[in-house]
Design a protein around this ligand. Structure first.
Ligand code: URA
Length: 247
């Protein structure tokens, strides 16, 4: 079924300009649809079929975009920030870039790893909903050694130092007492409380020295992506997240 939308909406969603800039572009005859100059910004176009061109550059409409970013340290999980670069600044995406991309959840400024960046609010909502209990797996390096009963206590659900109880989590120890004096682990949690992983280890008397997210629901970090690099999700990855709603 053909679904039409206003030309100025399509162009502004694809970040060609503000509505008034787009009106001006149209007035000057700089916008074409299927080879014809269109001067009315409220003209209806079919984003799937009509070829929209602005100043000779085709504007390809993508209703939804999905990116997997390997978040580097020093970048904030936000859409705008006065002090730091944001994760959205790292996505160069389609040209021009959509203006409504946002990160699904937050990683701390010093945390690396998997971050989903999209403009699909429904998917984000379902992945972040506390009722859905979507698995998130982190790789952590913890200073010193963990208590012997850490795995059991985390499995049963521990209480953070401020008295907040958290759900049971799965701990896997990869290496204890390494050369740097760190214990290397993975931890899978189903919630997303503020600084949750760091605070869970703090409750066990340990400090997290390095943290990286490896997966969120069915989505796994593509290990070929270096920190700061990203790629589009495959259709299978998007479907997997939607079907399992992440779990
Ligand atoms: N838990 C944390 O403590 N920090 C993160 O960035 C993510 C989970």
């Amino acid at each position: 079924m053909e679904k039409k939308m206003r030309l100025d909406k399509l162009l502004s969603e694809m970040a060609v300009g503000t509505r008034s800039q787009i009106r001006e572009l149209a007035r000057k005859g700089r916008i074409q649809v299927n080879g014809e100059i269109v001067k009315k910004p409220d003209s209806k176009v079919d984003p799937k079929k009509d070829r929209v061109v602005c100043d000779g550059v085709p504007v390809i409409y993508a209703a939804m975009e999905y990116y997997m970013l390997n978040k580097p340290q020093g970048v904030v999980s936000a859409t705008e920030d006065n002090l730091h670069r944001t994760v959205v600044d790292l996505i160069k995406s389609s040209s021009p870039k959509r203006k409504d991309l946002f990160p699904v959840g937050r990683l701390d400024i010093d945390t690396e790893g998997l971050l989903l960046i999209t403009n699909d609010g429904d998917l984000a909502h379902s992945l972040l909903s506390p009722r859905r209990h979507v698995d998130k797996t982190y790789y952590a390096e913890v200073e010193g050694a963990l208590p012997g009963d850490a795995g059991q206590r985390l499995k049963e659900g521990i209480t953070l130092l401020d008295g907040t109880p958290v759900m049971g989590a799965r701990l896997e120890i990869l290496g204890q007492g390494t050369a740097e004096g760190r214990t290397k682990v993975t931890l899978t949690i189903q919630e997303g409380k503020f600084h949750q992983v760091k605070r869970m280890f703090e409750a066990l008397g340990c400090r997290v020295a390095y943290l990286k997210r490896l997966s969120m629901g069915s989505l796994k970090l593509d290990e070929t992506l270096k920190p700061g690099e990203y790629r589009s999700l495959s259709l299978e990855e998007v479907e997997g997240l939607k079907k399992g709603r992440g779990s």
